[in-house]
Design a binder for this molecule. Structure first.
Ligand SMILES: [Zn+2]
Length: 402
């Protein structure tokens, strides 16, 4: 072995060790490792009709997921193979041409996904989960589409700019730049979400008590109006430092859910903030950004590297494929965080009955399968399944008795 190769080997081992140690630290949770989740039968919690409805709802959802994914990959594979042709005719310089190719790829993906998006909307409307009209679906999404478009161009400018300066090592500079952007976005996203303060004084008092019990400091509880778009109930913990807040969708506070159930929701969201889950999510992003950017740098070598516009169509394909491969891992990390937030809610409210009632109510409200198939679990579930969440409430009750 040459000294250079040996040094490379040592560096690689050191980097892998840093990665593993960081992952280990980010994985730590308050959920006791000895906690045993009992195996529960969905039929004791849900009627046969409810279970049939969720199974039939998820069958078409699966079809839409696979259709969208395969269409996207097929379109980008074709684009990676033949898209370069457009690059030769542009006079915009390498970065400008690269951005142009990025936009074309984006438009292509948007076009092949569109039929699946319409199918998805039809399926949601059929189940009264969405009230978006087809016309506003087609023409109303320009703002968010425009945002993604601008972000893609910006991302390409960063990658190509670094690649033209640093060559194949661009990823060492680009990955921290993207981590910084994700951190910035985590900070500003609460300000981009239009909300109003929670009017319900009783619920606000509950939140103040929970804040103290979870030692999370003051966090505003806001309400986002989504009723004219969806009937799905949801809540979110957002922001970092001074921008932290809990956002409840108005579909959650429309009277369908009892106060003890909403207490569980708020305790869960505050649990995310108490356990620094948004910081940890940024940490995980960093752990994926470095190897991801490195793999894109390697894969685009034979197109001259990311400094060349010709590499852009291939980079888009590699990026999407890597995202799909990382999805099971990302979901597992997200489920782990969500389980901890559920545990925090049980620990602060001491109310497993309300938690169970809340999770049961989610099934008719969202048509989520209480216990999905393994493949759905791996690829689509970023929360523990409803049955796992109910089982945790049971397990908490058992552990509290001891
Ligand atoms: Zn959560």
């Amino acid at each position: 072995m040459t000294p250079r190769l040996a040094a490379r080997g040592v560096l690689l081992v050191a980097l892998a060790a840093v990665w593993a140690l960081s992952a280990y630290l980010l994985w730590q949770t308050k959920v006791p490792s000895s906690l045993h989740l009992p195996h529960l039968d969905p039929r004791t919690y849900f009627t046969a009709a409810q279970l049939r409805a969720t199974a039939s709802f998820s069958r078409v959802n699966d079809l839409i997921f696979w259709g969208t994914t395969l269409a996207q990959i097929a379109a980008l594979a074709v684009y990676a193979r033949w898209g370069i042709r457009w690059a030769r005719e542009s006079a915009a310089g390498p970065i400008g041409t690269g951005m142009l190719l990025g936009m074309l790829g984006f438009a292509l993906v948007w076009a092949v996904e569109l039929p699946f998006g319409v199918l998805d909307l039809w399926w949601q409307k059929r189940h009264h989960l969405s009230s978006v009209g087809y016309v506003s679906y087609l023409f109303g999404g320009w703002f968010s589409l425009g945002g993604q478009f601008v972000f893609l161009c910006f991302a390409l400018a960063i990658v190509m700019g670094f690649a033209r300066k640093l060559g194949e090592r661009w990823w060492i500079a680009a990955a921290p730049a993207f981590v910084g952007l994700v951190l910035l976005f985590a900070f500003i996203s609460p300000y981009l979400t239009p909300t109003h303060r929670l009017h319900n004084a009783a619920l606000r008092a509950v939140a103040t008590r929970l804040e103290a019990e979870e030692h999370v400091g003051h966090v505003p509880i806001d309400v986002e109006t989504v009723r004219d778009v969806t009937s799905l109930p949801n809540a979110e913990a957002m922001g970092i430092g001074p921008s932290r807040r809990v956002v409840l969708w108005d579909t959650l506070v429309d009277g369908r859910f009892s106060r003890p159930e909403l207490t569980i929701v708020i305790a869960h969201e505050l649990g995310h903030l108490a356990r620094n889950h948004i910081w940890k999510a940024v940490g995980w992003y960093a752990l994926f950004a470095f190897p991801g950017a490195f793999l894109i740098a390697r894969a685009t070598r034979r197109r001259g590297g990311m400094g060349q516009a010709e590499a852009v169509p291939l980079a888009l394909l590699v990026f999407v494929v890597l995202g799909l491969l990382a999805l099971p891992l990302e979901n597992a990390i997200s489920r782990h965080r969500e389980a901890e937030a559920d545990w925090m809610a049980l620990r602060t409210t001491h109310d497993p009955a309300a938690a169970t009632a809340l999770f049961r109510r989610f099934v008719p409200a969202t048509l989520d399968e209480p216990s999905p198939s393994t493949i759905d679990y791996l690829l689509l579930e970023n929360h523990p399944t409803i049955m796992q969440r109910i089982a945790m409430a049971q397990a908490w009750r058992q552990s509290a008795k001891k």
